[in-house]
Design a protein around this ligand. Structure first.
Ligand SMILES: NC(=O)c1ccc[n+]([C@@H]2O[C@H](COP(=O)([O-])OP(=O)(O)OC[C@H]3O[C@@H](n4cnc5c(N)ncnc54)[C@H](OP(=O)(O)O)[C@@H]3O)[C@@H](O)[C@H]2O)c1
Length: 231
Protein backbone atom coordinates (compact mmCIF):
# COMPACT_ATOMS: atom_id res chain seq x y z
CA UNK A 1 0.00 0.00 0.00
CA UNK A 2 1.22 3.53 -0.83
CA UNK A 3 1.63 5.97 2.04
CA UNK A 4 1.56 9.76 2.00
CA UNK A 5 2.45 12.08 4.87
CA UNK A 6 0.61 15.40 4.55
CA UNK A 7 1.35 18.49 6.69
CA UNK A 8 -1.40 21.01 7.44
CA UNK A 9 -3.97 18.32 6.71
CA UNK A 10 -6.85 19.84 8.69
CA UNK A 11 -8.19 22.37 6.18
CA UNK A 12 -7.84 23.77 2.67
CA UNK A 13 -5.66 21.89 0.21
CA UNK A 14 -4.24 19.57 2.90
CA UNK A 15 -7.71 18.32 3.87
CA UNK A 16 -8.62 17.72 0.21
CA UNK A 17 -5.32 15.86 -0.38
CA UNK A 18 -6.19 13.65 2.61
CA UNK A 19 -9.67 12.99 1.23
CA UNK A 20 -8.52 12.17 -2.31
CA UNK A 21 -5.57 9.97 -1.29
CA UNK A 22 -7.70 8.02 1.20
CA UNK A 23 -10.41 7.60 -1.44
CA UNK A 24 -7.73 6.24 -3.80
CA UNK A 25 -6.77 3.63 -1.19
CA UNK A 26 -3.58 5.21 0.12
CA UNK A 27 -2.54 5.15 3.77
CA UNK A 28 -2.66 8.81 4.83
CA UNK A 29 -0.61 10.18 7.72
CA UNK A 30 -2.49 13.43 8.22
CA UNK A 31 -0.42 15.82 10.33
CA UNK A 32 -1.92 18.96 11.82
CA UNK A 33 -1.16 21.41 14.62
CA UNK A 34 -4.23 20.78 16.77
CA UNK A 35 -5.86 17.37 16.23
CA UNK A 36 -8.38 18.15 18.99
CA UNK A 37 -9.75 21.05 16.97
CA UNK A 38 -9.49 19.35 13.57
CA UNK A 39 -13.18 18.53 13.23
CA UNK A 40 -13.37 18.14 9.44
CA UNK A 41 -10.27 15.94 9.39
CA UNK A 42 -11.53 13.82 12.31
CA UNK A 43 -14.83 13.33 10.47
CA UNK A 44 -12.89 12.29 7.34
CA UNK A 45 -10.81 9.85 9.39
CA UNK A 46 -14.02 8.27 10.72
CA UNK A 47 -15.16 7.83 7.10
CA UNK A 48 -11.76 6.55 5.90
CA UNK A 49 -9.89 4.44 8.48
CA UNK A 50 -6.82 4.70 6.19
CA UNK A 51 -6.32 8.20 7.61
CA UNK A 52 -4.19 8.36 10.74
CA UNK A 53 -4.03 11.79 12.39
CA UNK A 54 -0.78 12.95 13.99
CA UNK A 55 -0.05 16.20 15.87
CA UNK A 56 2.63 18.36 14.25
CA UNK A 57 3.42 22.06 14.40
CA UNK A 58 5.99 22.28 11.60
CA UNK A 59 7.52 25.45 13.08
CA UNK A 60 8.75 23.35 16.01
CA UNK A 61 11.72 21.36 14.68
CA UNK A 62 11.78 19.14 17.77
CA UNK A 63 8.20 18.04 17.00
CA UNK A 64 9.36 17.00 13.52
CA UNK A 65 12.15 14.87 15.02
CA UNK A 66 9.72 13.38 17.56
CA UNK A 67 7.20 12.40 14.88
CA UNK A 68 9.95 10.88 12.70
CA UNK A 69 11.12 8.82 15.70
CA UNK A 70 7.53 7.70 16.40
CA UNK A 71 7.03 6.65 12.76
CA UNK A 72 10.53 5.23 12.22
CA UNK A 73 9.26 1.83 11.06
CA UNK A 74 6.89 3.33 8.43
CA UNK A 75 7.54 3.48 4.70
CA UNK A 76 6.58 6.84 3.19
CA UNK A 77 6.16 7.04 -0.60
CA UNK A 78 5.22 10.72 -0.78
CA UNK A 79 6.16 13.43 1.72
CA UNK A 80 3.72 16.22 0.99
CA UNK A 81 4.81 19.57 2.40
CA UNK A 82 1.52 21.42 2.27
CA UNK A 83 1.44 23.50 5.49
CA UNK A 84 2.12 27.14 4.79
CA UNK A 85 1.31 30.69 5.83
CA UNK A 86 0.98 33.91 3.85
CA UNK A 87 2.57 36.14 6.50
CA UNK A 88 2.00 39.52 4.83
CA UNK A 89 -0.67 41.69 6.40
CA UNK A 90 -2.20 44.91 5.09
CA UNK A 91 -0.47 47.94 6.58
CA UNK A 92 2.74 45.94 7.02
CA UNK A 93 4.37 46.44 3.61
CA UNK A 94 7.80 47.95 2.95
CA UNK A 95 8.50 50.63 5.57
CA UNK A 96 6.42 48.85 8.21
CA UNK A 97 7.55 45.26 7.85
CA UNK A 98 6.86 42.90 10.74
CA UNK A 99 10.20 41.09 11.07
CA UNK A 100 8.96 38.60 13.65
CA UNK A 101 6.17 37.59 11.28
CA UNK A 102 8.73 37.32 8.44
CA UNK A 103 10.94 34.99 10.53
CA UNK A 104 7.87 32.89 11.37
CA UNK A 105 6.86 32.75 7.70
CA UNK A 106 10.35 31.58 6.71
CA UNK A 107 10.35 28.99 9.52
CA UNK A 108 7.06 27.46 8.31
CA UNK A 109 7.45 27.85 4.54
CA UNK A 110 11.18 27.20 4.08
CA UNK A 111 12.90 25.63 7.09
CA UNK A 112 10.14 23.14 7.90
CA UNK A 113 9.92 21.41 4.49
CA UNK A 114 13.72 20.94 4.45
CA UNK A 115 13.74 19.69 8.04
CA UNK A 116 10.87 17.29 7.22
CA UNK A 117 12.89 15.95 4.29
CA UNK A 118 15.91 15.41 6.55
CA UNK A 119 13.90 13.77 9.31
CA UNK A 120 11.83 11.48 7.08
CA UNK A 121 14.55 10.51 4.57
CA UNK A 122 14.92 7.00 6.12
CA UNK A 123 11.15 6.47 5.71
CA UNK A 124 11.30 7.64 2.09
CA UNK A 125 14.21 5.33 1.37
CA UNK A 126 11.99 2.35 2.20
CA UNK A 127 9.77 3.22 -0.81
CA UNK A 128 10.28 2.07 -4.43
CA UNK A 129 9.81 5.55 -5.94
CA UNK A 130 10.11 8.03 -3.09
CA UNK A 131 9.03 11.60 -3.68
CA UNK A 132 9.20 14.85 -1.72
CA UNK A 133 6.55 17.35 -2.82
CA UNK A 134 6.43 20.98 -1.75
CA UNK A 135 3.51 23.32 -2.26
CA UNK A 136 5.14 26.49 -3.46
CA UNK A 137 3.49 29.35 -5.33
CA UNK A 138 3.91 31.26 -8.57
CA UNK A 139 4.35 34.30 -6.28
CA UNK A 140 7.75 32.78 -5.42
CA UNK A 141 8.81 33.08 -9.06
CA UNK A 142 11.23 36.01 -9.37
CA UNK A 143 10.83 36.29 -13.14
CA UNK A 144 7.01 36.36 -12.81
CA UNK A 145 7.05 39.17 -10.23
CA UNK A 146 5.83 42.29 -12.00
CA UNK A 147 3.57 43.69 -9.28
CA UNK A 148 5.85 43.72 -6.20
CA UNK A 149 4.57 43.61 -2.63
CA UNK A 150 3.99 40.49 -0.48
CA UNK A 151 7.66 40.49 0.52
CA UNK A 152 7.23 37.90 3.28
CA UNK A 153 5.34 35.37 1.19
CA UNK A 154 7.27 35.88 -2.06
CA UNK A 155 10.66 35.59 -0.37
CA UNK A 156 9.58 32.48 1.53
CA UNK A 157 8.37 30.65 -1.57
CA UNK A 158 11.44 31.75 -3.59
CA UNK A 159 13.58 30.44 -0.70
CA UNK A 160 11.60 27.20 -0.67
CA UNK A 161 12.16 26.79 -4.41
CA UNK A 162 15.93 27.40 -4.06
CA UNK A 163 16.26 24.98 -1.14
CA UNK A 164 14.22 22.23 -2.81
CA UNK A 165 16.12 22.62 -6.09
CA UNK A 166 19.36 21.95 -4.18
CA UNK A 167 17.72 19.04 -2.38
CA UNK A 168 16.71 17.53 -5.72
CA UNK A 169 20.36 17.51 -6.83
CA UNK A 170 21.65 16.27 -3.47
CA UNK A 171 19.10 13.42 -3.34
CA UNK A 172 19.32 12.42 -7.02
CA UNK A 173 21.97 9.71 -6.34
CA UNK A 174 19.64 8.13 -3.75
CA UNK A 175 16.77 8.18 -6.29
CA UNK A 176 14.58 10.34 -4.04
CA UNK A 177 12.59 12.71 -6.26
CA UNK A 178 11.65 16.32 -5.52
CA UNK A 179 8.67 18.09 -7.06
CA UNK A 180 7.76 21.75 -6.55
CA UNK A 181 4.12 22.57 -7.26
CA UNK A 182 1.96 25.68 -7.64
CA UNK A 183 -1.63 24.69 -6.78
CA UNK A 184 -3.18 27.54 -8.77
CA UNK A 185 -5.19 30.32 -7.13
CA UNK A 186 -7.50 28.20 -5.02
CA UNK A 187 -10.57 29.09 -2.96
CA UNK A 188 -9.31 28.30 0.57
CA UNK A 189 -8.82 30.43 3.70
CA UNK A 190 -5.48 31.53 2.21
CA UNK A 191 -6.62 31.93 -1.39
CA UNK A 192 -9.88 33.67 -0.42
CA UNK A 193 -13.30 33.50 -2.12
CA UNK A 194 -12.11 35.00 -5.43
CA UNK A 195 -9.72 32.13 -6.22
CA UNK A 196 -10.04 30.77 -9.75
CA UNK A 197 -10.46 27.08 -8.89
CA UNK A 198 -11.72 24.90 -6.05
CA UNK A 199 -9.69 22.47 -3.96
CA UNK A 200 -11.06 19.43 -5.80
CA UNK A 201 -9.72 20.65 -9.19
CA UNK A 202 -6.38 21.80 -7.78
CA UNK A 203 -5.69 18.62 -5.82
CA UNK A 204 -6.80 16.21 -8.54
CA UNK A 205 -4.50 18.07 -10.96
CA UNK A 206 -1.56 17.93 -8.56
CA UNK A 207 -2.20 14.23 -7.86
CA UNK A 208 -1.97 13.54 -11.59
CA UNK A 209 1.37 15.41 -11.77
CA UNK A 210 2.59 13.42 -8.73
CA UNK A 211 1.38 10.10 -10.20
CA UNK A 212 3.20 10.76 -13.49
CA UNK A 213 6.44 11.96 -11.87
CA UNK A 214 9.67 10.55 -13.31
CA UNK A 215 13.08 11.01 -11.68
CA UNK A 216 14.26 12.85 -14.81
CA UNK A 217 11.88 15.67 -13.74
CA UNK A 218 13.32 16.02 -10.25
CA UNK A 219 13.71 19.60 -9.02
CA UNK A 220 11.25 21.08 -11.50
CA UNK A 221 8.49 23.61 -10.79
CA UNK A 222 5.02 22.83 -12.20
CA UNK A 223 1.53 24.29 -12.02
CA UNK A 224 -1.28 21.98 -10.85
CA UNK A 225 -2.18 21.23 -14.49
CA UNK A 226 1.36 20.08 -15.34
CA UNK A 227 2.55 23.28 -17.07
CA UNK A 228 6.22 24.06 -16.27
CA UNK A 229 6.77 27.39 -14.47
CA UNK A 230 9.69 29.84 -14.61
CA UNK A 231 11.90 30.48 -11.57
N1 LIG B 1 -4.80 28.77 -1.84
C1 LIG B 1 -4.02 29.22 -2.78
O1 LIG B 1 -4.50 29.95 -3.69
C2 LIG B 1 -2.56 28.90 -2.81
C3 LIG B 1 -1.80 29.37 -3.90
C4 LIG B 1 -0.45 29.06 -3.97
C5 LIG B 1 0.12 28.28 -2.99
N2 LIG B 1 -0.62 27.83 -1.92
C6 LIG B 1 0.08 27.03 -0.93
O2 LIG B 1 -0.65 25.83 -0.68
C7 LIG B 1 -0.46 25.42 0.68
C8 LIG B 1 -1.82 25.17 1.33
O3 LIG B 1 -2.56 26.39 1.23
P1 LIG B 1 -4.10 26.53 1.59
O4 LIG B 1 -4.67 27.43 0.58
O5 LIG B 1 -4.71 25.21 1.84
O6 LIG B 1 -3.97 27.36 2.96
P2 LIG B 1 -4.92 27.44 4.24
O7 LIG B 1 -6.31 27.13 3.88
O8 LIG B 1 -4.59 28.73 4.89
O9 LIG B 1 -4.36 26.24 5.14
C9 LIG B 1 -3.04 26.30 5.62
C10 LIG B 1 -2.72 25.01 6.33
O10 LIG B 1 -1.37 25.11 6.81
C11 LIG B 1 -1.39 24.78 8.20
N3 LIG B 1 -0.29 25.41 8.93
C12 LIG B 1 0.08 26.69 8.99
N4 LIG B 1 1.10 26.84 9.85
C13 LIG B 1 1.37 25.61 10.36
C14 LIG B 1 2.29 25.09 11.30
N5 LIG B 1 3.16 25.89 11.94
N6 LIG B 1 2.29 23.76 11.55
C15 LIG B 1 1.42 22.94 10.94
N7 LIG B 1 0.49 23.37 10.07
C16 LIG B 1 0.48 24.69 9.79
C17 LIG B 1 -2.73 25.29 8.70
O11 LIG B 1 -3.02 24.72 9.96
P3 LIG B 1 -3.89 25.52 11.09
O12 LIG B 1 -5.33 25.26 10.77
O13 LIG B 1 -3.43 24.91 12.37
O14 LIG B 1 -3.54 26.98 10.97
C18 LIG B 1 -3.62 24.79 7.57
O15 LIG B 1 -3.88 23.43 7.72
C19 LIG B 1 0.37 26.51 1.35
O16 LIG B 1 1.73 26.12 1.39
C20 LIG B 1 0.18 27.70 0.42
O17 LIG B 1 1.27 28.60 0.48
C21 LIG B 1 -1.94 28.13 -1.82
Amino acid sequence: MQTVLITGANRGLGLEFSRQYAQAGWQVIAACRNPNQAEALSELARQYPLIKIEALDVADLSQIDALAAKLSDHKIDVLLNNAGVYGDKSGHGFGQLDYQSWANTLAINVLAPVKLAEAFLPNLQRADQPLIVALSCLMGSISDNTSGGSILYRSSKAGLNAALKSLSIDLRPSAVGVLILHPGWVRTDMGGPNGLIDVEESVSGMRTVIDHFKLTETGRFFKYDGVALPW
